[in-house]
Design a protein around this ligand. Structure first.
Ligand code: NAD
Length: 354
């Protein structure tokens, strides 16, 4: 189990340190090596994704990432921006499947903007295609065209998917559903877009390989509505890059707490990059205030999806549930009456619970 650890910028090093301690405490033989990505790599080498980090990431079985970016790098040319490092590593490793669970821990029910009875028991997984769709269509641009007899600016993007691109992401979703409640909802806009008619056809064809999983379909506008009306009706959702971008943020925020949300991005062989959904939080960096739980839960996803260590993943997730039950809260999820702790003390509590 070779893990490339990339703490990154801002709160990255603080939250990664806690996830690394958790992995070490499990004593299951993880080999970890650290590298530079993002702003810290720009400062050290001039390159947000330097060759040494590329070699480390390519040789590893999985990558554990903190977060990148910060105001000190905002004025650099585009190619040197920390975010370029993130795009570079995703692209180089061929990470086409983005998995984002949204779980409402009962202890944090008040953090959700929805009524407690609507979000009670929420535990869904959004599987988003990450390397195709309208974001990667050609040609695209803004140009002058004649419209209704006069010149004006005209912009265009092209939505496209191939059968194989759809099949591989739908398979990832079926496999994930198999490890959960065996319900998969595929989200499209097949009443208007041919691209998503193909999406629906391929999903139906792939379903034959998974007779134990119940496949349904939903139009994206309805899915957006159902996610806030009755989110618990879903188990696993699978969708394209554009719809997934929007729906995964919507689903994530049902839980109300950005410091709690892990994510995985996988390639065709379950190699993956695991990171919290939040950014580098420059406003609280270096002060020991950040919530490390999203990163610790990302490490649990790594054990589940890349290393097939389900019981170790569950041990971490149960430890996180336990510290919440015990009342430990970092500032972002604090409520009066709870025990306010910093990053290191939260890590200590998870280790004690393990
Ligand atoms: P952010 O997620 O970093 O912060 C938003 C707010 O949430 C801030 O108030 C922050 O303090 C808080 N927050 C975030 N994570 C937290 C945690 N673990 N514990 C407690 N509070 C937490 O988003 P932003 O402020 O828009 O972006 C800051 C920088 O991060 C930018 O440079 C941006 O480009 C970068 N960014 C990186 C990633 C990534 O690395 N994947 C993702 C998003 C943003």
């Amino acid at each position: 189990m070779k893990i490339c650890v990339l703490p990154g910028d801002g709160i990255g090093p603080e939250i990664i340190a806690e996830a690394v301690r958790v992995l070490q405490a499990l004593a299951i033989g993880c080999e970890m090596e650290e590298g530079l990505l993002g702003g810290c790599a720009v400062d050290a080498t001039g390159d947000p994704y330097p060759p040494a980090t590329q070699a480390l990431a390519q040789q590893a079985d999985a990558v554990l990432l903190g977060a990148v970016g910060g105001p000190q790098w905002d004025n650099l040319p585009r190619a040197q921006r920390p975010e370029r490092g993130l795009l570079g590593i995703r692209q180089q490793l061929g990470l086409f499947a983005n998995l984002r669970p949204a779980i409402l821990y009962p202890e944090l029910a008040n953090a959700s903007s929805l009524k407690a009875e609507v979000v009670a028991g929420l535990d869904i997984l959004i599987v988003r295609e990450l390397t195709g769709d309208i974001y990667f269509g050609q040609p695209r641009g803004i140009e002058m065209r004649v419209v209704d007899g006069r010149q004006e600016r005209f912009a265009f993007n092209t939505m496209h998917y191939s059968e194989s691109e759809i099949r591989r992401i739908v398979r990832v979703a079926f496999e994930a559903a198999r490890k959960r409640n065996r319900k998969l909802c595929s989200v499209d806009k097949m009443n208007v877009l041919e691209t998503t008619q193909l999406w629906r056809d391929v999903a139906n064809e792939t379903a034959v390989e998974y007779p134990d999983v119940d496949l349904s379909h939903m139009l994206v506008d309805n899915a957006a509505m159902q996610l806030v009306r009755n989110p618990s009706q879903f188990d696993v959702l699978v969708t394209g890059n554009l719809f997934g971008d929007i729906l995964s943020d919507e689903a994530a925020m049902l839980t109300g707490s950005i410091g709690m949300l892990p994510s995985a991005s996988l390639d065709a062989n379950n190699k993956g990059l695991y990171e919290p959904c939040h950014g580098s939080a420059p406003d609280i960096a270096g002060r020991g205030l950040a919530n490390p739980l999203a990163t610790i839960l990302s490490a649990a996803m790594m054990l589940r999806y890349t290393f097939a260590q389900e019981s170790a993943a569950l041990r971490i997730e149960n430890a996180v549930r336990k510290v919440l039950q015990q009342g430990y809260r970092t500032a972002d999820i604090y409520e009066p009456g709870m025990q306010k702790v910093g990053t290191r003390a939260m890590g200590d509590a998870v280790l004690a619970a393990l």
